[in-house]
Design a binder for this molecule. Structure first.
Ligand SMILES: Cc1cc2nc3c(=O)[nH]c(=O)nc-3n(C[C@H](O)[C@H](O)[C@H](O)COP(=O)(O)OP(=O)(O)OC[C@H]3O[C@@H](n4cnc5c(N)ncnc54)[C@H](O)[C@@H]3O)c2cc1C
Length: 490
């Protein structure tokens, strides 16, 4: 809807797309008012603001499939959207106003809980925290846990293969899905809602859609795997002198606690300072200041105080071996929550601090320290005064490496350096055998960098997959891969 004749375009769009979709979902399932559409156009970090003629909220899988059929017939591009907390611009429409947003917000039923099978079948629009609570109500754990859990939806979690703070123990979204229901780009419904742990009858189709960022189809429901609900947890904040010592401590903890370690988060001192500066109630529980910290949490089926004793034992041994400098074990649930506020306050604190260059990278755990040393030194050489700012899921080799502009630097000048900073960081990541996106995906943010870091063979395999599932490129075009856009009415 961006030609030289906008009113003519609008009439044609209404006749071909809007009216048929309204006939499917009714007025209740349609938003066209620009003010009401605004939250669907903007990203959490305000760095992407798109335009669209229409947000559709189907009330069932069948409605959603019928809407996709209209879009497929008219070659109207679609942007699937869940809770809109994604961080790569993949969930917003482009600025040209040609794409229809399909929101899964009304697909929010828990369809079935199968206690004996340890699975729950949910619709894509269920908010993650609601699924966690439903599992807890029946004495089970749904272990995906991340800062946006009160807003993000399970369909979005699946489409981004979300990770979070318990991957070390339970794996990422890919490990937590037993089956999927998906609406394909031609509007057909694939019912793969099988709650199976073992299924080798052909290709594992659900894995194709997990992490595909809405570019291959729209997830409408999922069978999720549940775990036993831990009866005890123990949480500590530990000070270490370097990431390398933190890795030694992690190895010690693995040896002593096995898979009872659920969280092992590395935090640089500056992250705590900035969280405390901008976010209320972020504590600073250790008396002295240290360069690095680790938030560690253990969980176990067995109730009682043994877990705190085990954690204290790990810390004592770590202290004796010189791997850590200081630490505090939470004595109550309230204290544990307070330690978590440090970790959870970091993204919000950084959002408010000034220009930062976000990199959600992974390297083998054994190379995290080398990655940080090399990258900090390379950036300081090129951009004197740049402030390293690193935190993340050390237990998964996943660091959020988000250096901030030098204190008092000119913001416009720093913004202009983004590409150069990205190249330095990502070249080192890939040289160390890592990935330029550990959790958040490619979306629009990394679309132009991907071909630099993937082989031609891998880019070609991805393009072949996309062409097979979405030959007219209507499913979230211009995300992950840059391919010719669908032309309306073709
Ligand atoms: C404070 C904060 C903390 C975060 N922490 C983490 C973290 O620890 N780990 C992590 O992995 N991420 C994290 N994220 C990123 C984000 O929360 C996740 O990517 C989340 O999984 C996105 O879910 P959503 O419902 O908001 O998806 P959206 O933002 O709506 O969409 C994300 C992508 O999925 C596609 N999509 C959405 N729903 C569907 C569907 N039903 N079918 C097909 N495609 C769909 C969209 O088109 C888009 O490409 C964080 C974000 C914030 C704001």
């Amino acid at each position: 809807l961006s030609s030289s004749n906008p009113s003519g375009d609008r009439t044609a769009f209404a006749a071909r797309v809007l009216d048929p979709i309204r006939a499917i979902v009714g007025d209740r399932g349609i938003i066209t008012d620009p003010g009401e559409m605004r939250p669907y156009m903007e990203s959490w970090r305000d760095n992407w603001v798109g335009r669209s003629p229409l947000v559709v909220q189907p009330g069932s899988t069948e409605e959603l499939a019928a809407v996709v059929r209209v879009c497929a017939e008219t070659r109207t591009p679609i942007v699937p959207q869940g809770g809109n907390t994604g961080l790569t611009g993949a969930g917003q429409p482009h600025e040209d106003g040609s794409e229809v947003v399909i929101s899964t917000s009304r697909l929010n039923r828990i369809r079935e809980i199968d206690i004996d099978n340890d699975t729950v079948t949910v619709e894509a629009g269920c908010i993650l925290a609601n699924i966690q609570n439903a599992a807890r109500d029946i004495g089970r754990l749904f272990p995906l846990s991340l800062g946006a859990e009160g807003t993000c939806q399970i369909g979005g979690n699946i489409a981004t293969n979300a990770g979070g703070v318990q991957v070390l123990r339970y794996g990422n979204m890919r490990n937590l899905v037993a089956g999927l229901e998906v609406v394909l780009a031609d509007g057909r419904i694939w019912n793969g809602l099988r709650g199976l742990r073992k299924d080798n009858a052909g290709y594992d189709m659900k894995q194709i859609f997990i992490g595909s960022e809405g570019t291959l189809g729209i997830v409408t429901a999922a069978v999720l795997k549940l775990s036993p609900l831990p009866r005890a947890t123990a949480t500590a904040l530990v000070a270490v002198s370097s990431p390398s010592d933190a890795v030694d401590l992690l190895n010690r903890a693995k040896g002593m606690a096995g898979d009872r370690i659920v969280t092992f988060e590395l935090i640089q001192r500056l992250c705590i300072d900035i969280a405390r500066k901008h976010v209320p109630d972020v504590p600073d529980p250790l008396r002295d200041l240290y360069p690095w910290y680790v938030l560690v949490e253990l969980a176990d089926q067995e109730a009682g105080g043994h877990l705190a004793e085990l954690l204290e034992g790990i810390l004592e041994a770590g202290l004796e071996a010189g791997e850590m400098l200081d630490g505090v074990v939470a004595a109550s649930k309230a204290q544990a929550d307070s330690l978590w506020r440090i970790r959870e306050g970091i993204p919000e604190g950084q959002k408010r601090e000034g220009v930062s260059y976000k990199h959600d990278v992974s390297v083998p755990i054994s190379k995290v320290a080398r990655f940080l040393d090399r990258t900090n030194a390379a950036l300081e050489r090129e951009f004197p005064g740049i402030r390293p700012f690193s935190f993340g899921h050390l237990g998964d080799g996943n660091i959020h490496y988000n250096p901030i502009q030098a204190d008092g630097g000119d913001t416009a000048q720093w913004r202009a350096r983004l590409g150069a900073v990205n190249a330095i960081v990502h070249d080192i990541v890939v040289d160390l055998g890592g990935s330029i996106s550990a959790e958040h995906g490619i979306g629009r943010l990394r679309i132009d960098e991907l071909p630099r870091y993937k082989s031609a063979v891998e880019m070609d395999m991805m393009a072949m997959l996309k062409a097979a599932f979405d030959p007219h490129n209507i499913m979230n075009p211009g995300k992950i891969l840059r391919l010719p856009r669908a032309s309306a009415g073709a």
